[in-house]
Design a protein. Structure first.
Length: 766
């Protein structure tokens, strides 16, 4: 017995001294990452490990909010962080102690470098990873390139552009010492009341999937250079079909709908290499996503083999206790979430203590904690943070807002603007329209930057009025300012615009929603800004109608994120443009389109319903959806998915299939001719839809399965081929097996999802 004890003591002493003396492999950049992770993990205390799993907001954010908001207000405000009784000094101290693994909402390089300096003082010098919502460029931070929001990008159907924007954003982020973007948002938007539609790539799972994949690849590269950042696919899952349209409200979705509609972009995101994922605010079929073992452990890790880490959304683990009430206290909430597979907590002060207690009490094993920490550390090593924890303040602006990135911002803005209606009035000429009145809340405001953008410097944003003045210098633009706030429009200003409209040759009303987050509670669109209708807010309709009553041609330009039911305008105005939020070059891009310097090419990535009562209105609905149409009002949308006009005409002809019969594992090639039959060069977005004519379970009336952006010179014809492979024909049968069923398949090729815009041919699977 004595002998055993002596051996044990000697072994422990040896382990301790060897621990101190053994070489610090984790600091050796040439050692394999796996070894570095294991070495570091073996040196960490439990407290340090739990700290790596915790994220905080930066000190400037804490200071700014504590300075401007009352305690009660802060507690109930999910957009702003507050740690009662905890000051920025405590945040700094914890960082020096190695108890914080990550920060978010740090928006200057100076602060990022400063916090990293504190982390470098910690015992093991583990760098923090900075996460930020770089959703369309790193726009959440000042002095960065601001590209169109995701919905606009999706309307360009331009996958190369999605990749390019993500790549450039990654470079700008690294130049600011940011390593991790909370994008792409690959939720499939199915409800226009939901304020986050503009943050998504629209309603079609296929388009969302491809946009998401390119974006992930663009951000991450090989995730081993100084220009790569970690992508975060979010929000998993179902929050884009909330039961009442409000953000974070319950979702009730069948496994079929999840697997057919909501899972595919996430599965593809994982396959594309996304190494972080954020769970969704909402409960899914009565189980909050943040404690949902089925989606995290079974589907994400089990089925899809996701190797990355899962981060919670803002205070959503806390919400298991204080909102969903599936946990009786915070500690239980943390327990439930970790046991469901959560790796990192966004954000707060109670995590460290309570999770450490849970381990000490034996409810959570240290092995389980190690799993999460391992995932997080691995990515810190891969991103090179141990070798290069800082970014260079002297050279940061060489990258941010550089000419190449600005060119991309302009080009992507041009490609994202949808011409919805044009009865001959566009393009404008300065000789015909010498005097033009411009009015509306979005005519001369930075709101064109969209949600997830901070205020940028004036010289880095072209408003629509400025763009018009720049592109048509010979035109007299008479601006009637309606302010930025749709809820508080001044009737006298509306009357003034109505009067001045009569003295012009043409009027432009720039309407829409308000999205800038710095006026969080004044917004009408964006995160946590959901609506019970989709009409124009305030006096905007009145403004449009009164200006149009002048009898002068009146054009409507919309700046918004969600779809707007502008039925009156659609019926009465000669031209309407859906600009979404085109970013820093909004004004220039819109003016170039208005004046015909750019031929519009974008097509809708969402259906535009007439009214909120038409929800859920999507193009890929089931056959019975309109069997009994609505009484009184139409059952058709204002504009269909895939719709978008140009200043030229495209004609489709000669749709041919390479076979009329194939085996279940066979392929068909569809060939079609597309001619630019007008007299301007342009880019046409050619769309291929499929329908499974008869099937053992109901299938959508059509589904987008391929598309191409095709540049066509005036008079030019191109022949295009699309390969239809078995994965495009397969679906989940009654037993949820993924199969191709024999029978007829209809191939539809054309300019939009409208039946009349599509050529059709069938083939049979035998
Ligand atoms: C949003 C996330 C975002 C996070 C951090 C949350 O409120 O839902 O999408 O990444 O805040 O800003």
């Amino acid at each position: 017995m004595k002998k055993v004890l002596v051996i044990m003591i000697t072994a422990t002493l040896f382990a301790c001294s060897s621990d101190k003396n053994r070489s610090e492999i984790y600091k050796d950049a040439s050692a394999p990452i796996e070894q570095r992770v294991e070495d570091l993990l073996s040196r960490m205390t439990l407290e340090e490990k739990v700290g790596q799993m915790n994220q905080f907001v930066g000190v400037e954010h804490v200071k700014a909010n504590t300075a401007t908001m009352a305690e009660e207000e802060l507690k109930n405000n999910t957009a702003n962080a507050f740690y009662p009784g905890f000051t920025e000094k405590d945040v700094e101290h914890w960082t020096e102690e190695g108890l914080i693994g990550s920060f978010l909402h740090v928006i200057t390089l100076e602060e990022a470098n400063y916090l990293q300096t504190l982390a470098m003082k910690s015992r093991l010098q583990i760098p923090v990873i900075f996460g930020i919502d770089a959703i369309h460029g790193n726009a959440h931070a000042p002095d960065n390139t601001v590209y169109p929001t995701n919905i606009g990008l999706a309307c360009s159907f331009d996958l190369d552009m999605a990749y390019k924007i993500a790549r450039q954003t990654a470079k700008e982020m690294r130049a600011m010492n940011m390593h991790w973007t909370f994008n792409p948002n690959i939720e499939v938007a199915r409800d226009p009341r939901w304020g986050r539609v503009g943050e998504t790539y629209g309603e079609d799972p296929y388009l969302v999937t491809l946009m998401g994949v390119e974006t992930v690849k663009g951000y991450q590269g090989d995730l081993n250079t100084e220009n790569d950042v970690l992508a975060c696919i979010k929000h998993f899952v179902g929050g884009s079909q909330p039961i009442n349209g409000t953000n974070g409200s319950p979702t009730d979705l069948s496994e079929r709908t999840l697997r057919e509609v909501f899972f595919p972009p996430f599965k593809a995101g994982v396959e594309a290499g996304a190494l972080s994922l954020m769970t969704a605010h909402n409960e899914l079929n009565a189980i909050p996503c943040h404690s949902n073992e089925w989606i995290i452990e079974d589907v994400l890790r089990g089925e899809w083999k996701f190797p990355g880490f899962v981060v919670s959304d803002w205070m959503d683990i806390e919400h298991l206790y204080d909102l969903h009430a599936t946990a009786e206290n915070l500690k239980e909430a943390f327990y439930q979430s970790i046991m469901a597979g959560m790796d990192m907590h966004m954000h707060g002060i109670h995590w460290n203590e309570l999770v450490t207690e849970l381990v000490k009490e034996g409810r959570i094993t240290e092995k389980r904690i190690d799993e999460s920490v391992r995932r997080i550390l691995e990515l810190k090593f891969r991103l090179g943070l141990f070798e290069k924890p800082f970014a260079d303040e002297a050279t940061t602006m060489d990258v941010r807002l550089c000419d190449e990135h600005r060119t991309t911002a302009l080009e992507s803005a041009r490609n994202s603007i949808v011409l919805l209606k044009n009865e001959g009035v566009l393009p404008l000429t300065s000789s015909k329209y010498k005097r033009v009145m411009v009015t509306g809340i979005n005519a001369n405001d930075m709101n064109v930057l969209g949600d997830w953008s901070t205020i940028q410097k004036d010289e880095n944003v072209t408003t629509i009025l400025e763009g018009l003045q720049q592109i048509a210098p010979d035109t007299h633009f008479d601006f009637v300012d309606q302010g930025w706030d749709p809820r508080n429009m001044n009737p006298a200003k509306v009357a003034e615009a109505a009067a001045r409209a009569k003295q012009t040759d043409l009027n432009i009303v720039v309407a829409g929603e308000y999205m800038m987050r710095f006026r969080w509670s004044d917004r009408t669109d964006g995160e946590d800004t959901d609506r019970s209708d989709i009409d124009l807010v305030g006096l905007q309709n009145e403004l449009i109608q009164k200006v149009a009553a002048s009898g002068k041609p009146t054009i409507l330009i919309l700046v918004n994120g969600r779809q707007l039911g502008v039925e009156w305008a659609a019926d009465n105005l000669p031209a309407i443009i859906e600009a979404w939020a085109p970013g820093m070059y909004a004004g220039q891009a819109i003016a170039e389109i208005l004046y015909g310097q750019v031929n519009p090419s974008a097509k809708l990535a969402v259906t535009i319903p007439r009214s909120v009562g038409q929800t859920q209105m999507i193009y890929n609905h089931k056959p019975s959806q309109y069997f009994h149409p609505y009484a009184v009002k139409p059952s058709t949308p204002l504009w269909v998915f895939g719709h978008g006009l140009s200043y030229t005409n495209y004609t489709y002809s000669d749709l041919r299939l390479s076979a009329t019969e194939i085996a279940k594992d066979g392929k068909v090639t569809a060939t079609v001719k597309v001619t630019n039959s007008g007299n301007r060069d342009g880019v046409e977005i050619v769309q291929l839809y499929l329908r499974d004519r008869f099937s053992s379970v109901t299938r959508p009336v059509k589904e987008l399965k391929d598309f191409a952006r095709v540049p066509l010179k005036a008079g030019e014809t191109k022949e295009l081929s699309f390969e239809i492979t078995p994965d495009k024909l397969a679906f989940y049968d009654k037993q949820m097996n993924w199969i191709v069923e024999p029978g007829e398949f209809i191939v539809m090729l054309g300019a939009s999802s409208a039946d009349e815009a599509l050529l059709k041919e069938s083939f049979w699977v035998k």
